[in-house]
Design a protein around this ligand. Structure first.
Ligand code: ADP
Ligand code: GLC
Length: 477
């Protein structure tokens, strides 16, 4: 049994902005089921949605900041979470990284540096809990300083750093190195320095014993300039210690047979029941109720990564095709505005909901026929897996985890019953439109469509295999 300290800036259902939270909840649960002793450490944001008991565990002081560590559990699970309580720095409600204008909180470097330093104190059991982990597993830039700081400790635990997204690196002006009180030894081009800036993510990539990312294809992609954002050289240099492990999904949370958020539950053996969810979704979002028109769904952060610009470019021509579209998302204000402007022109065909709404997300997964995910890059992606489990055929671009989890529908893949979606290659609107047209043709072929749905619903996206891979990795260090 390994003792694992799991460091993350978001954990579902305590707080979530994207897939990071889902993974940082469901992977620890899966590791617990494999008999491991795991504690999650996360900042105690005011917006954290804890349930039940939250009690004081210990306190410590870093620089001038008094800090309490509180203990709770991830709701509906046995997994323990330690909350780093420092109201002086984590006093902001809402999004953990961005203010109301969508700009990073001005003191993000200070906030997450402090979080990392607390994680290091806990990892070295300087808080006297008589619990010292064998492995410290860090996630994304917010925890990137942990492997760097731990590298300077004797008798330290082994470190794993998981990259969920190379596009967010935690880059700050050089002055931060001094204000954050970071050890001078770490400040060099092989360390935390990145073209004259302080890079949090480099702390993970340069110093962790092992680096993982969330799909095998993305592990290769980030070693190239198009996906590495200047760190491709370092990643290639560390490739012997870099591995891609595909994310699983929480198969309890995302299960059409038991989902409390959907209108009518169904399984692969009662696929016709899925239709009731389509009707309910059309009714709920005020689209004409129509069984036979293909309904496309999209749920996403509205950012460049997700190919939203390609969707916007396609929309006028999409609206000439027999289809409806429901899009739920929020993010970049320019995309929000442009989408809403177009939607006003086609009220019978397209509905744009600018919101973050978990319950509606489940109904869209269940009620849509097709799920759109034309990402420009996608480290793993979860929604294409949720979709397949709900018999909702994903249209994805061949990149990262999308390439690894969706099998394109071609004569061969139909013949051998592996087809589960539509995959297109080029990142431009024309290619996306072709993929949509190909999907509509398939949709009109009832037998083929039903086979794709069945293939998709039979796929195993549970965490079991991937959690075993993480465990093997921990054991190999
Ligand atoms: P990313 O982490 O890059 O945003 P993922 O596909 O890994 O992409 O995970 C996104 C997660 O966030 C999914 O669980 C998805 O359902 C959820 N999500 C994104 N936007 C919304 C929204 N507007 N409302 C509800 N859930 C959302
Ligand atoms: C990131 C990626 C997404 C991935 C998620 C969880 O947010 O953008 O592709 O699924 O992390 O690993």
């Amino acid at each position: 049994m390994k003792k694992i300290l799991f460091v993350s800036s978001e954990v579902y259902p305590l707080i979530k902005t994207g897939g990071l939270a889902d993974v940082c909840s469901s992977l620890p649960k899966a590791l617990t089921e494999l008999g491991q002793d795991i504690r999650i450490i996360i900042p105690n944001y005011p917006s954290l949605k804890t349930v039940g008991d939250v009690h004081f565990l210990c306190s410590l002081r870093i620089d001038n900041h008094p800090i309490n560590i509180l203990e709770t559990r991830i709701p509906d699970s046995p997994v323990v979470a330690w909350l780093v309580d420092c109201p002086e720095l984590f006093n902001t409600t809402g999004n953990p990284y961005l203010d109301e204008q969508g700009l990073p909180w001005a003191n993000n470097a200070e906030r997450f540096a402090l979080f990392c330093r607390v994680a290091v104190e806990v990892a070295m059991d300087k808080v006297n809990r008589n619990w010292k982990p064998d492995i410290v597993h860090c996630n994304d830039w917010q925890s990137g300083l942990v492997p760097a700081l731990l590298s300077m400790e004797a008798n330290r635990p082994k470190t794993v750093f998981t990259i969920h997204n190379m596009a967010y690196q935690g880059l700050f002006p050089v002055q931060s190195v001094y204000t954050l009180n970071l050890p001078g030894q770490l400040w060099n081009p092989n360390g935390l320095e990145f073209f004259g800036m302080l890079s949090f993510i480099k702390g993970g990539i340069a110093y962790a014993d092992r680096i993982t990312t969330v799909s095998p294809t993305y592990a290769l992609e980030i070693q190239s300039p198009a996906f590495g954002y200047g760190l491709e050289g370092l990643l290639a240099h560390r490739s012997n210690n870099l591995v891609g492990i595909i994310n699983g999904i929480d198969t309890h949370e995302w299960n059409p047979e038991t989902d409390p958020h959907i209108h009518q539950r169904y399984s692969v053996d009662s696929l016709s029941e899925k239709l009731h969810n389509k009707t309910e979704l059309q009714r709920r979002v005020n689209l004409p109720v129509n069984d036979s028109v293909p309904l496309l769904g999209l749920i996403s952060r509205l950012v460049e990564q997700k190919g939203i610009d390609m969707i916007i470019e396609c929309l006028p021509e999409m609206m000439t095709l027999p289809m409806q579209l429901v899009l739920l998302g929020n993010g970049d204000k320019v995309y929000e505005q442009r989408l809403q402007n177009i939607a006003r022109l086609y009220p019978d065909k397209i509905v744009i909901i600018i919101d973050y709404n978990e319950s509606l997300a489940h109904l869209i997964e269940a009620g849509s026929d097709v799920f759109l995910m034309p990402s420009r890059f996608e480290p793993c992606g979860l929604n294409q897996m949720y979709s397949q489990r709900y018999g909702t055929i994903p249209i994805v671009r061949k990149t990262g985890g999308l390439a690894d989890t969706v099998v394109d529908t071609l004569p061969e893949s139909l013949a051998n019953h592996s087809a589960t979606g539509i995959v297109f290659k080029e990142a431009h609107a024309g290619a996306l439109l072709e993929a949509i047209k190909r999907t509509l043709l398939l949709y009109s072929n009832h037998a083929a469509w039903q086979q794709m749905q069945t293939n998709a619903m039979h796929k195993d996206f549970s965490w079991h295999r991937s959690a075993e891979q993480y465990l093997a990795l921990y054991n190999s260090i």
